[in-house]
Design a protein. Structure first.
Length: 182
């Protein structure tokens, strides 16, 4: 069933359609949030709040294209993460992000631990905005259109940001390969 059909069924008082939306997006959305907040409890809270807002406003939501619902839900989560950090004035510690990957058996994917250090150094060297968009594109596998909707930037701008970042690491093919494998 497509997202548009699920939204229409929900508007026709089919509550099961909301649970199908939840099942479809909750796991990837949780990973998206967890990567940003580095806390299981906070990620769960933000995920719950995201779907509560989605449930509260789904009646008014008008999907214009098939991936509109996914973009809309990710935008809600993205804004809630930003709100969380603006309230607590905290920054994501890149060290904590890497501890997440270690917990999820990240080492099994990479034979050479030195290469992980190169990736870490690279991610620390780019601007927060570039890192955010790169993570959405590569790790969260979001389309440029979805990233543009979430960040409020144009599709072309998002493409340019990813292209420039990848061009910068093109000199070191190992980093590029690791980023793509993850």
């Amino acid at each position: 069933m497509t997202d548009i059909e699920l939204v229409e069924k929900f508007k026709s008082w089919d509550t099961q359609s909301f649970w199908k939306i939840f099942e479809k997006y909750s796991e990837s959305l949780y990973k998206f949030i967890y990567l940003k907040v580095s806390s299981k409890e906070i990620a769960e809270d933000i995920l719950s709040e995201t779907f509560f807002k989605c449930l509260s406003n789904l009646e008014k939501f008008e999907p214009r294209f098939e991936s509109a619902l996914k973009s809309w839900i990710y935008t809600i989560a993205y804004n809630l993460v930003k709100d969380f950090y603006s309230k607590y004035k905290e920054k994501i510690d890149i060290e904590e992000i890497f501890s997440i990957w270690i917990e999820e058996n990240f080492w099994a994917k990479i034979d050479n631990k030195d290469k992980l250090e190169e990736v870490k150094e690279f991610l620390l060297s780019i601007k927060d905005e570039q890192r955010e968009i790169l993570i959405m594109r590569i790790w969260n596998d979001l389309s440029y259109k979805e990233i543009a909707e979430i960040t409020g930037k144009s599709v072309d701008n998002c493409k340019k940001i990813v292209s420039r970042v990848l061009k910068n690491i093109n000199t070191n093919l190992a980093i590029l390969l690791i980023l793509i494998m993850i």
